[in-house]
Design a protein around this ligand. Sequence first.
Ligand code: 15L
Length: 272
Amino acid sequence: MKTILITGAAGDVGTHLRRELAGKYRIRASDLRSLKKIGKETYLRADVSKMADALRITKGVDAIVHLGGYSVEGPWEGILSANIIGCYNLFEAARRNGVKRIIFPTSNHAVGFYKRSQTIDHRVYIKPDSRYGVSKVFGEALGSLYADKYGMQFLMIRIGNVNPAPIDKRRLSIWISPRDIAQLVTIGIEHPEIRFEIVYGISANKRAWYDNSNALRLGYKPQDNSETYAAEVLAREKPGDLTAERYQGGVFCVAEEVPNPAPLPKRKATKR
Ligand code: 15L
């Protein structure tokens, strides 16, 4: 059985994945926050903005799902340390420890400034909608470098929104169910020919803004479609900001901060 490290394991996506993948892989769950263990997984507390922690948690695993980081738009300092420095440390620690396979959940916000009237595929030029989106583009670029220069293997999943059900009109286009994201992550762990691939993390949504043919090519067979929930979601939808409604990234295109669904624990201020 393969050993898989999941960073940011206490967050929403991490918790769905740990539940979906328990029993299939030996899971090493890591986070800054404490978590309630699922099944036989092991837990390591770590702050990947520290290289020593990144080196410690990546030792001896077969693949890494690097979810750890700041998951929404917010102050630059937080994004810099968690998503830029943290991502660099994690990929570099994996390289030094000989771990070749990384699944990097990037985000729809790497391309959030495409209009909702457009259908985009994995080859479009980046159009981040936030500092957070830029940090995801950094992860994609770093993965590309580590694939070409060091022969590592990356599946970049531009995740829409993982939830048991879509929560609003925008998410009808970008929703992915927990079992579908688990299927994509499994492809990332198992597919023999991955070098550097970008796919979209969405279910088989009728209203999708993405041409996800690269995921289908790799064998993805999504089981769910947000349309099942559309009538119910649209009935409770309230009109929003017009600019936000024009672009795929929604409120990330206009807000300086988006509420963090799973805030990190407060740390002591450090002197500079
Ligand atoms: C993301 O990238 C975030 O991590 C998640 O919290 C949601 O905000 C999601 O995008 C979204 O666009 O719904």
